[in-house]
Design a protein around this ligand. Structure first.
Ligand code: FES
Length: 578
């Protein structure tokens, strides 16, 4: 760690404002800590390190965080800090409805305010399950208080009989087989019993693994942190060293603004494309970059996507799982394969530069971490499309889609919201053919609300039985990073915000041409005008509470779905002390 500004002067610590003055308020702060059983040796003149913990009994991916908390605290104590644990909103992807995305900004806001309001010199952000990662990073960037991210780590590979199972990806696959009548109840039960083998996040390259890789690429973690499986000893050692590092961050004032640069975000975007990462990460990256003052756009993604092939052979784009990714060399190995496309002069939170270690990174399996000359998928693994159906853009993960559908013309079968989809999709009366295009409206940030992962619309059972396994699907929703198929997502502006998607009707022709980055709705301008004049759009929204706040202030997908009043940073704003 660089120690150019390491003063080790306790009066320079942020927490000194709380504990050093000889006044009545500081007396109160100290005496109440003493009432908890601490004495001066515990907290006086030591950096206070907050562990922001997203543990909950209902967050299946963070069930090991109680032990990791003890290990991080051990590291903090070893380095002379005072560790304090602060529980924050957990955002359990598997158990929260309608979607954790509805609450990402709430956790971001909580992270920022919790850090600002307390005597915190540095913090460890303990997250992992999908939205916890961007939420905590967004909050830390805005608060601009030294922060290091500790990823929950992926689950161990799962096995069913002699088959490897990956979270999400294989659940969708076998569910389709069950719906097609190819899998009996007993088999399905066995899969349920073994697809989640341990604590940890989804072990495919879903949103959690993608966001962990992004956190590491931005420099927010210790090297190789993003892929260490959740339940191995190496993960415990990562916890201890993360705790130790947090103390150094406090003394050295390594705030996010000290190491995050425009190129940090370009690096992270490059990595996201090279790992065949979740499309959700595009929304999160745009939000984080706008907080940091280096705003990314969908056009930046499109430009970079034309140069970056997918080289991580991980499901859903490839074959392996995160445990294999780690064994093969993890993110340092992947970055090494990227060569000059990754700026190695970028700094990490601890003051090291990628160039210090990436040139020596090991690549132990080049079928998992492919060379640039032998990619899993050529450039354009994730594409941004524009056209009269998506004036502000939409995205498709081409690397996880059917090649033959990437250029397609079909007639729309429209569902007006998720309830309509659920009620009719498997109806034997549904007028649908394999070449139809399934359209889901009203599933965007405001419409749903929260832009749930409904974008991988189910294939109608009657087509599944005929052997159809993929169709073109279009929505203003997101899809799980573990999903696959020819799904056009994040259509912006969304239906509820007056986007053209809301005007599409059954039978309209739509043309998709991924190579030309086009999505065209083949109706006349007069028809559009006429439908616009008759559009009825419910803009009333929920009447109270957090959802009321959300629907009035969330931005569109191409802008990152942050709250309009939370964008940017608020560096140096300290609470008044009375
Ligand atoms: Fe938590 Fe997938 S459900 S990471």
């Amino acid at each position: 760690m660089s120690n150019a500004s390491d003063s080790r002067d306790p009066s320079s610590l942020r927490s000194a404002r709380w504990f050093r003055p000889d006044d009545l308020r500081s007396f109160g702060h100290r005496s109440r800590l003493k009432g908890m059983g601490f004495d001066d040796a515990d907290f006086r003149d030591r950096p206070i390190i907050a562990l922001l913990n997203t543990w909950s009994d209902l967050n299946t991916c963070h069930s090991h965080f109680r032990e990791r908390t003890l290990e991080i605290k051990r590291g903090v104590l070893q380095a002379g800090g005072f560790p304090v644990e602060i529980p924050v909103l957990s955002l359990s992807e598997m158990l929260m409805k309608p979607t954790t995305m509805l609450y990402r900004n709430l956790l971001a806001m909580e992270t920022e305010e919790v850090l600002r309001a307390h005597p915190v010199d540095a913090c460890v952000l303990m997250g992992g399950c999908d939205k916890t990662v961007p939420a905590m990073l967004m909050g830390a960037i805005s608060a601009d208080i030294p922060s290091i991210f500790f990823p929950a780590g992926p689950m161990l590979n799962a096995r069913w009989r002699n088959t490897t199972l990956g979270s999400g990806t294989d659940a969708w696959k076998y569910w389709n087989e069950r719906c097609a009548g190819n899998l009996c109840d007993g088999d399905w039960q066995e899969i349920e019993n073994c697809i989640a083998r341990s604590a940890g996040t989804c072990m495919t390259m879903g949103t959690a693994s993608t966001m962990a890789c992004i956190a590491e690429s931005l420099g927010f973690t210790l090297p190789r942190a993003s892929s260490i499986p959740a339940v191995v000893a190496e993960h415990s050692r990562l916890a201890v060293s993360t705790g130790r590092t947090a103390v150094e961050l406090a003394w050295n004032q390594r705030k996010p603004s000290r190491f995050l640069r425009e190129n940090s975000f370009r690096n992270a975007m490059t990595v996201q494309l090279a790992i065949g990462g979740s499309t959700n990460a595009m929304v999160h990256m745009i939000a984080m970059s706008r907080r940091a003052g280096f705003p990314l756009t969908l056009r930046d993604y499109d430009q970079l996507s034309r140069q970056i092939p997918v080289i991580a052979n991980i499901r859903p784009s490839g074959k392996y799982l995160m445990e294999d990714f780690h064994r093969a060399g993890g993110l340092p190995g992947l970055i090494r394969q990227l060569g000059e496309l990754f700026d190695l002069n970028s700094e990490r939170v601890d003051g090291t530069r990628f160039i210090d270690d990436i040139p020596h990174a090991m690549i132990l399996d080049d079928d998992v971490l492919r060379a640039m000359t032998d990619p899993v998928y050529p450039n354009g693994g994730t594409c941004v499309l524009y056209g009269n159906l998506a004036p502000e853009g939409c995205v498709i993960k081409s690397s996880a889609a059917s090649k033959e559908l990437l250029k397609h013309r079909g007639q729309a079968v429209v569902f007006r919201g998720y309830a309509d989809l659920k009620a009719r999709i498997h109806s034997e009366d549904l007028q649908v053919a394999p070449e139809s295009i399934l359209v889901l409206q009203d599933a965007g940030p405001i419409g749903a609300p929260g832009m749930p992962e409904w974008g991988m619309l189910p294939i109608p059972n009657k087509l599944l039985r005929r052997g159809v396994r993929d169709m073109v699907r279009i929505s203003d929703a997101r899809m799980s990073g573990t999903s696959y198929g020819t799904c056009i997502l994040h259509v912006s502006p969304e239906s509820r915000a007056g986007g053209p998607l809301g005007l599409v009707q059954d039978g309209d022709w739509i043309e998709l041409d991924v190579e030309s980055r086009r999505i065209d709705w083949l109706v006349s301008p007069e028809t559009v005008q006429q439908r616009e004049a008759n559009r009825t759009c419910d803009t009333s929204g929920p009447g109270r509470g957090y959802t009321h706040l959300f629907t009035r202030h969330v931005t569109q997908a191409h802008q990152g779905c942050d709250f309009d009043f939370l964008e940017g940073r608020d560096p140096g704003r300290e609470p008044d002390i009375f």
